[in-house]
Design a protein around this ligand. Sequence first.
Ligand code: NAD
Length: 365
Amino acid sequence: MKCKITLLPGDGIGVEVTEAAVKVMNQVADNFNITLEFNSQLIGGASYEKNGSPLTDETLQSCYDSDAVFLGAAGGPKWENLPHHLKPEAALLKLRKALGLFTNIRPAKIYEALIDSSTLKKEVLQGTDFIVLRELTGGIYFGTPRGFDKNRGWNTMEYSYEEVERIARMAFKMARERGKKVTSVDKANVLEVSQFWRNIVHEVHKEFADVELKDMYVDNAAMQIVRNPKQFDVLLTSNLFGDILSDIAGMITGSLGMLPSASIGSKYSLYEPVHGSAPDIAGQGKANPLAAISSAAMMFNYSFGMQKAAEVIEEAIERTLAQGLRTPDIFSEGCRSVSTEEMTNAVIENINEIYHNQALGVFTL
Ligand code: NAD
């Protein structure tokens, strides 16, 4: 099997964690006997510096021509004062829209070795394993009219029937493969667009009678994630609500450096760590590569149908953490402080060990 991947390292630590993820991908490709073909392109500030635009047609074309896209991170203080459409962050929105990536998936699960480093109590966290399914190409981030003048600022929160229907269907399908529970988040007591959202989710639910559906107001959902995260299986949200709730859910795992994500549409998919370019630690070898590596695991699973490969990567991350290796963002007493590269190499060693300790026959696609 041959898979074409467009790499968009971007800015700051995006470059460092992409390098780490590629090392891991290459190892897994070796073990599982597949060929990965990489095409690296600029995005964000790096692209603006070279081309005067944060996202060029060439980069976009490379994404269209690939089986999957892997993104590091884009942005940084240097480009903060550019006009909105030239900012690195604008490239991300444009890219998601252009690739039709209407769903963002963020797992919120506990790594056993890190359970004590979370700000939440161990007994609250234990057994937590849910995903936030966030609508990514509609809602208030894209609605028009939008703007501001001296006296007023305005945005529009809008969803079409089709936009809600397709993500609701994806949520129910995913729940069917997991804990068979969807919690749909809205603010239907105040917002008409949320009542519309709720109506459609219930309509789609009729096709999935085996999956439990619960509605939850967004303010309550924020509270419940911290109070009792175990209650969730698939948390279905609009764009804005998901942006906020997935960061709250993210803190369950302790650090931004641990959070992977996948963005999926009907034709294309993009994988990226949740964190940004972290200018405060860029170029110092301090970046935690595990979010990026775990995003690569999601890529093997969702884009290449290699669930076993994804499991091996996740198991290798668990083992590396259990061995006490920590980048500074997740460091705690008694652990060994390591660099981005050392952490990556340890994960690779563990991947190989897991691979060699099992019968080769297990590793079929
Ligand atoms: P950030 O995620 O870059 O950093 C927040 C904090 O978390 C920093 O202290 C950073 O050092 C730490 N951190 C983040 N990732 C880490 C990792 N892998 N290992 C260790 N520590 C890590 O968020 P920010 O500082 O608000 O944003 C910086 C830039 O990144 C901004 O320009 C922002 O717009 C951009 N950004 C991009 C993306 C993306 O590309 N998807 C996402 C968020 C922010």
